[in-house]
Design a protein. Structure first.
Length: 100
């Protein structure tokens, strides 16, 4: 096992997951539950399964498509989502200023 790859993957995924929708959903579930262990296990299990699916899909696709195309595709798929976030945030800020 390559510990450098392990550490880099952990660091990037950890930082990417902070404050994302999954973490906020888990927080919301935990705030309404009397069983935090069940919330943790359900959330952790879902993250492990989605990570497994991503690794299997990535390994399979990488045999058919060069990695630079995969990176371009992933970046291209994320750009519209980032742009939508900026537009939605801007509208919220504008609406807040109009109500003052």
């Amino acid at each position: 096992m390559d510990l450098k790859v392990l550490a880099a993957t952990f660091g990037m995924i950890f930082l990417a997951e902070l404050g994302d929708k999954t973490q906020l959903a888990t927080l919301a579930f935990a705030s309404n539950s009397k069983s935090p262990v069940a919330i943790f296990l359900g959330s952790a299990g879902a993250l492990v399964l989605t990570s497994l699916l991503a690794v299997v899909l990535g390994s399979t696709v990488s045999r058919l498509v060069p990695s630079n195309y995969i990176k371009l595709g992933a970046g291209g798929a994320l750009r519209p989502a980032g742009l939508a976030d900026v537009v939605i945030y801007r509208r919220k800020v504008d609406d807040k200023h109009e109500n003052l």
